[in-house]
Each structure stands twice: as structure tokens, then as C-alpha cells.
Ligand binder design. Structure first.
Ligand code: GYE
Length: 328
């Protein structure tokens, strides 16, 4: 009995020793850097409504894996309440930093205050928010939507420079209350306001989606016989609108001048064959800047409040034969 006790005792001691030894070995064998926890970035994406959005998501996922950070990604399927819930889960999970693409401008103060109280830095990507407290977010990374609208208007002024008649414009706008929809309208109207020949006969939302773009354009074509220009806030809606225009026996790019925003490959291809007249670039490849900014914020470094992408305008007057594939 006593002998058995001694054997058990030595086995226990041996086990403790071995586990301590292997723990020490780990301590010595593993370089400090490998033991450090990877930075966790929580990203609340707004949905998957367009080719632009898919390109944006892929860019973020790739940059996170290239940058060795852990990404907690969610898709709100076009609903603000889903996005707010996703941000709340990221706060509960205590991620190191949160980024999100706000589907609309208003309604973020409460959840951002919760993140601030939890000490988690938050930054905006792709779209802006409206708030009285700019201290609720660290920075914005994305495009200047007013400028995109102005660029669209400048193309029109040039295109119709020699014409003296009224130019009737229909506007297919993006998601109601979303900053790209608001900015693209505002910039466009402002830039056209000094020339009274341009008349916006209607503006309707196609929610940045191809199917809705087609549906809204169909209705516009039934109601208005005299459309000279389609100004569309994104390529997805433009592609749908072109289906509707062609189904009605009208020639896109000839009978109706078309301006689109984003610069997806599909839109550039239609520009090359004359079915679109102008494409204003909006760059979705924000991943590398997002990851870089996340790292800086976690290190406590300061970042510029607005980080805008550099973007181009492609028109029917440009030689686009050497334009590299767009990647979205
Ligand atoms: O233009 C559109 C997308 O927020 C800038 O959203 C983005 C817009 C983009 O669905 O295609």
C-alpha cells in the first residue's frame, strides 16, 4: 500500500516537473514576437449591393491577411440596425480597433459613444456620417463625393458646350440618406447652377443596385419622352438602366448621354464601345490604407482626419486601350 502511494507520488511529481519543463522550453524556444497576439480589426461592412462593394470587401480581406492582422468581418445586408448590432458585438468582443462603412449618414452617435467608453478607436471608411461630435471617430478614409458630382457636371458642360437648347437630365441616385448619394447630387447641382440650360427633370433612388436601376429607369422612360442625359450615381444602377434603355429601343450613349460613377470593368467596357459617355472613378481598393490606419491607431499614433483617394475621370474622348484591368 505504502509502496503504491510512493509510486503514485513520484508519478505526480514527474508530471508536474515535465509540464514545468516544457513550459520553460516554450518560453525559451519562442521568440517574443510570435507570442504577441495579432491585432484584431473589427469591420462592419454595409452589404453587397454592387461590384464596387465586392471589390471593396475583397481589398479589405486581402490587406488584412497580407498585413498579418486578424479581421472580424460582418455584412449588414443593407440594414443600419444590423450594422449597429455588428458594431456592438465587436465592442463586446473587445477588438483592438473598429472600422465601418456607414450605410447612411445619421444615427451613429449612441453606438460610437459606447465604443469610446470602451476605449476602442473607431474609424469610418467609404462613407461619412453626420454628427455634432467629430471626436466619436478617428478619421475617414474614402472618396470626396461632392467632387465626384462636380466632375460629372464638368463633363456635361463640355459635352454640350455648343448647344443652346434645354438639356433634360434624369438622375438615378443612390441609397436615400447615404453620403455618396447626397454628395454626388450636391456637387452636381452646384456645378451646373450657373448654366440654366441644364434642367434636372427628375431624381429618383435606385438604391445603388442594378435591379432597382433598371426598374426606376423603366418608369422614367415611360413618363418622360425627352430625356437627353442620364446621370447615375453608380455603375450597378447604370448597367440596369442601360438594359431598360435598350429594351425601349433607345441607343444608350447616343440618344441618351450617360454619366456613371465608380469605374467598374463592366462600365469601362461599355464606355469603350460608346454606350456610356463618361465614368467618374471612385476607388474601392481601400484595404491597404484601412489596415495601415488600424495599426497606427492601435499604436496610439495620430492620423489625418480625412484620407481621400486619388481618382480619375474617363471619357469618350480618351484613348483607353492601355488602361489596365480594373480589378473590380
Ligand atoms: O459608389 C456604390 C456602392 O459608398 C462609394 O456604394 C460607395 C458606393 C459606390 O454601392 O457602387
Amino acid at each position: 500500500m505504502c509502496k503504491l502511494k510512493r509510486i503514485v507520488h513520484s508519478i505526480v511529481l514527474m508530471t508536474i516537473f515535465l509540464s514545468l519543463f516544457s513550459a520553460c522550453q516554450d518560453e525559451f524556444a519562442q521568440p517574443q514576437v510570435l507570442k504577441k497576439k495579432a491585432l484584431v480589426l473589427g469591420f462592419a461592412q454595409l452589404g453587397d449591393e454592387s461590384g464596387w462593394r465586392s471589390g471593396n470587401t475583397i481589398s479589405i480581406q486581402k490587406a488584412a491577411s497580407d498585413g498579418n492582422i486578424q479581421l472580424m468581418f460582418s455584412n449588414a445586408e443593407q440594414k443600419q440596425e444590423n450594422q449597429i448590432k455588428a458594431i456592438r458585438s465587436l465592442i463586446a468582443y473587445r477588438v483592438d480597433v473598429i472600422a465601418f462603412a456607414p450605410i447612411v449618414e445619421n444615427g451613429w452617435d449612441n453606438v460610437l459613444t459606447e465604443a469610446k467608453q470602451a476605449g476602442i478607436p473607431v474609424f469610418l471608411t467609404d462613407r461619412y456620417i453626420r454628427t455634432d461630435d467629430a471626436g466619436l471617430y478617428a478619421c475617414y478614409i474614402g472618396s470626396n463625393f461632392q467632387e465626384e458630382g462636380k466632375r460629372a457636371a464638368r463633363f456635361l458642360k463640355k459635352k454640350f458646350a455648343d448647344e443652346d437648347r434645354t438639356i433634360n437630365i434624369v438622375e438615378l441616385s443612390g441609397t436615400v440618406g447615404a453620403s455618396p448619394a447626397l454628395g454626388r447630387s450636391e456637387g452636381f447641382y452646384k456645378e451646373l447652377s450657373d448654366d440654366s440650360k441644364f434642367k434636372i427633370i427628375t431624381s429618383q433612388s435606385g438604391d445603388f443596385m442594378r435591379s432597382k436601376g433598371k426598374e426606376v429607369m423603366n418608369n422614367m422612360l415611360k413618363k418622360y419622352r425627352n430625356i437627353d442625359v442620364l446621370y447615375s450615381h453608380n455603375d450597378a444602377m447604370t448597367l440596369g438602366a442601360i438594359d431598360a434603355i435598350e429594351n425601349a429601343g433607345i441607343r444608350p450613349g447616343k440618344d441618351i448621354v450617360i454619366i456613371s460613377i465608380d469605374g467598374e470593368q463592366a462600365a469601362i467596357d461599355l464606355l469603350k464601345i460608346g454606350k456610356i459617355n463618361c465614368v467618374i472613378e471612385c476607388n474601392p481598393m481601400l484595404g491597404p490604407t484601412i489596415v495601415d490606419t488600424a495599426k497606427k491607431l492601435v499604436r496610439g499614433e495620430s492620423v489625418p482626419k480625412n484620407i481621400y483617394s486619388e481618382e480619375k475621370v474617363f471619357t469618350e474622348w480618351d484613348d483607353l486601350t492601355d488602361l489596365p484591368p480594373r480589378g473590380y
